[in-house]
Design a protein around this ligand. Sequence first.
Ligand code: SF4
Ligand code: SF4
Length: 107
Amino acid sequence: MAKWDISRIDEWKGDEFPLGACIPESGNSRDYVTGGWRSERPVRDDAKCTQCLICWIMCPDSAVVAAGEKVVDFKLDHCKGCGVCANECPADAITMVPEGCELPEVK
Ligand code: SF4
Ligand code: SF4
């Protein structure tokens, strides 16, 4: 696979940037921690969850972790806190909680 020479990228003028120069290689999203700008995190209530897997299907960042056909966790390194999973959950089992706050007690 051809690679771009970006060794002088700091010196490039505006018209020297090739299209998409910000991502020099494809398939690298898992190498970057993109959850850093999240302001809210999803918290799943296991008692309410029916394991329908809709959140796993709908998450735009593949940040819902499923194992054995069950949702088990969120990949917070990649979850951007968009709230799609909470919005789409038919059982209202996911709550978006502000970062930096104590997590709610799940009964
Ligand atoms: S908040 Fe958004 S990115 Fe995070 S797990 Fe839910 S749908 Fe995925
Ligand atoms: S969408 Fe809601 S009920 Fe369905 S698996 Fe996810 S958390 Fe559980």
